[in-house]
Design a protein around this ligand. Structure first.
Ligand code: FO1
Length: 344
């Protein structure tokens, strides 16, 4: 059965919406959720559980790309072209470090962005957990605009770093590098063999994370990377159990359209896991909740309407709708379709 887009754009978001997010794709989707909240005048509280596996220590500073991308994007501090880092950015500190021969030169460390890492590291050094630090940073970026309407929670306060085993082009040897090196320095264009969320197995969900899933009215998986973003959040012990047991419907949005990622490196990473690079392959990878998986519903793009039947055969309700996040209203329509598919 190929269901057509319903007139879901008037769907009013319920009181508690939880979104498991990575960086750029998840942040852009969240702009659509917020637009839907504004459009319908609902008093929804959005809780974002963000991936921290992309985090890295650089020059003694803790950098949290996905937390910062969500925070800057919703707080209107993001550089809209890059999708990461601050608008009106300069790179003097980075250039000065390079002049001292202090790298890595491949990481874009902006001067404005640096202030966030300095404040974060100062608070971590004072003993505050990452969740408290994030709450403090959001007092600048989210509270003035949203009040309590948007909460940003790190998936864990414990250190988790995603590493990728690659054939290192410099030495020709197989070695594990930080995900950021694989993605930014090598553009995910070197042979890769495994993705390892270092520390995940010993980590605990951050404060409020399990409750954000079990107490939600709906949980949404945005078109974030299924391996290094959503996959890393799922690797935190307790998160997957919360998703399989929550009374809330869990609906996902495919980041794979027409057999390829819209942006990022999901194609390469899904290949490592032998997951078919298609909207149906990712849905089957997440699995239906009725069969120990995490999905009740799955949105595919209209170009993948031919996959709806296969996704439904996997026990997951499916609908084909436009999934290009061209502007906030288009993304709000996607969010409305996700809520409609969730039966809300
Ligand atoms: N992405 C890049 O492609 N090049 C960069 O130099 C870069 C720097 C950077 C600095 C801070 C930050 O928060 C994000 C940054 N990103 C950069 C994006 C980052 O690699 C990705 O957003 C996530 O880690 C994957 O979603």
């Amino acid at each position: 059965m190929t269901s057509t887009p319903s007139a879901a754009s008037t769907a009013t978001p319920p009181a508690r919406v939880t979104v498991l997010s990575g960086g750029v794709g998840g942040a852009r989707f969240l702009q659509g959720v917020r637009r839907l909240v504004e459009r319908t005048g609902s008093s929804t509280e959005i809780t974002v559980v963000a991936n921290t596996g992309d985090d890295l220590w650089l020059h003694g500073l803790k950098v949290c790309p996905d937390l910062d991308t969500v925070m800057y994007t919703l707080g209107d501090g993001i550089d809209p072209e890059r999708g990461w880092g601050r608008t009106d950015e300069t790179w003097h500190a980075k250039d000065e470090l390079a002049a001292y021969g202090v790298g890595p030169t491949w990481f874009g460390l902006g001067d404005r962005d640096l202030a966030t890492h300095l404040v974060r590291t100062q608070m971590l050094d004072a003993g505050y957990p990452l969740s408290a630090v994030t709450e403090a940073l959001c007092k600048r970026w989210l509270a003035p605009k949203f009040g309590d309407g948007v909460r940003l929670l790190p998936m864990s306060d414990d250190r988790i770093e995603t590493h990728v085993v690659i054939d290192d082009p410099d030495s020709g040897e197989r070695k594990a590098v930080h995900f950021q090196e694989y993605w930014i320095r090598h553009r995910a264009s070197v042979p890769a063999y495994s993705v390892v969320p270092i520390g995940a197995d010993a980590a605990k969900p951050g404060p409020g994370v399990v409750e954000a899933i079990t107490d939600a009215d709906v949980v949404i998986l945005p078109p974030s990377n299924p391996v290094v973003s959503v996959g890393t959040i799922l690797a935190v012990p307790g998160v997957r159990d919360a998703l399989t047991s929550t009374a809330a419907p869990v609906v996902g949005v495919s980041g794979i359209v027409g057999g390829d990622h819209v942006r990022g490196m999901a194609r390469q990473l899904l290949g490592i896991l032998d997951v078919e690079v298609s909207a149906a392959g990712v849905a089957e990878h997440y699995g239906a909740r009725a069969q120990e998986g995490i999905l009740d519903g799955w949105l595919v793009d209209t170009v993948d309407a031919g996959l709806v039947e296969r996704v439904e055969a996997a026990g997951i309700r499916c609908r084909a709708v436009p999934l290009m996040m061209t502007d906030h209203d288009a993304t709000a329509d996607m969010a409305a379709e996700a809520l409609s598919l969730a039966g809300l």
